[in-house]
Design a binder for this molecule. Structure first.
Ligand SMILES: NC(=O)c1ccc[n+]([C@@H]2O[C@H](COP(=O)([O-])OP(=O)(O)OC[C@H]3O[C@@H](n4cnc5c(N)ncnc54)[C@H](O)[C@@H]3O)[C@@H](O)[C@H]2O)c1
Length: 335
């Protein structure tokens, strides 16, 4: 299996490259990453010498690069994206370019140059918008609330249209909030860990009651691999582990693990368009592909906290005022 992985230097991408190399001895991976926000070459130092792994610095919006690479693989897993909702409020245009135009550029390369290649789009629960009650299924309509989720939903629409019109072999995964090692500290869990270690106030939007459905990153990786191998063309697969937790509870759990006082929690101005709750029904993925999450929330949160404690050298270089900012959506022109 020869796979082109995009965005493989980021949080999920680097965990996915390691997952594939560890679990699929015959795989060969080409990782294309523009080395943008979220990317860190150190994430994959330990596989750099693996003969099955090649890194190419490049942009998925570059059609010449993609048309050259697409001949060399039999599948593409598109993980590359701009991913921080706050940044998408501060500077939406880069989200449209990288997330929507980038996906379109890959689809065009497949359509023109390697029609048989399988394409897996790594999408997000955020495309459905907020779940005021119940849990979204794959046939629910997207209703994105912010420029990030709109750019991902638009990409999903292109993916499905290329299946229907051009018969490309595509599938989409839509996963809930990930956590685990190598996540850039602008996201809730690592930001809370690092600010707590520095005895800085822990910023919580609004009243802290917004609910996210959490999954350990390795469970997301195993789901992507299962959909790549066994997913049906033209189908969407929800990926979730049933850990719906209000943000304030996440902060309290982390402070408890670090033996820091809850008085560090400070409520800050909520970001515009902040969805109150996300929730996915992943029974289709579990019943049709035999995938299920393996990691318990409490144990993996503890192991994630331990990882950040042991790997200060990894996060210190970019744990600056912008990355750890209490209200990054206010930083217009963040890019
Ligand atoms: N983090 C989550 O909780 C979560 C949940 C569901 C889905 N997702 C999806 O998973 C994917 C990865 O998320 P992440 O949290 O690992 O993000 P990340 O920000 O850690 O990594 C994104 C990577 O994509 C690369 N990239 C961005 N634009 C590119 C381009 N034009 N060309 C080449 N490389 C480019 C970046 O350099 C970076 O290495 C995204 O598509 C995101 O929508 C994330």
């Amino acid at each position: 299996m020869k796979v082109l992985i995009t965005g493989g230097l980021g949080f999920i991408g680097s965990n996915f490259c390691k997952y594939m190399l560890a679990n699929y001895p015959d795989c060969e991976l080409i990782n294309v990453d523009k080395v943008g926000i979220g990317a860190n070459p150190a994430n994959l130092h330990d596989v750099e010498n693996d003969k099955r792994y090649t890194f190419i610095k490049g942009d998925i919006c570059n059609p010449q690069l993609l048309s050259r690479l697409i001949h060399q693989v039999d599948s593409v897993v598109n993980i590359a994206a701009e991913t921080h909702v706050d940044r998408s409020i501060a500077d939406p245009n880069v989200f449209l370019q990288n997330n929507t135009v980038g996906t379109f550029t890959i689809l065009e390369a497949i359509r023109r140059h390697n029609h048989k290649a399988r394409f897996l789009q790594v999408s997000t629960d955020e495309v459905y918008g907020e779940a005021l009650e119940g849990s979204f299924k794959e046939n629910d309509s997207p209703k994105p609330s912010n420029p990030y989720s709109a750019s991902k939903a638009a990409a999903d629409m292109f993916v499905l249209s290329y299946h229907k019109t051009f018969k490309l072999n595509v599938s989409i995964t839509r996963c809930t909030n990930n956590f685990g090692p190598y996540q850039l500290p602008e996201k809730l869990i690592p930001k809370t860990i690092i600010r707590a270690l520095r005895d800085l106030p822990i910023p919580i939007y609004g009243t802290g009651q917004n609910i996210r459905d959490w999954i350990y990153v390795e469970d997301h990786c195993s789901a992507i691999a299962a959909v790549l191998e066994k997913g049906a063309p033209g189908e969407i697969y929800n990926v979730s582990a049933g850990n719906e937790i209000p943000n304030i509870e996440i902060a309290k759990k982390i402070l408890g693990m670090l033996h820091k006082p809850e008085s560090l929690i400070t409520f800050v101005e909520d970001r515009p368009g902040h969805d109150t709750r996300y929730s996915l029904d992943s029974s289709k993925t579990q019943s049709t592909l035999g995938w299920k999450p393996k990691f318990s929330f409490e144990e993996s949160l503890q192991s994630t906290v331990d990882w950040y404690l042991k790997n200060e050298h990894w996060w210190t270089p970019f744990a600056n005022e912008v990355i750890l900012h209490p209200t990054p959506w206010k930083l217009v022109g963040l890019h």
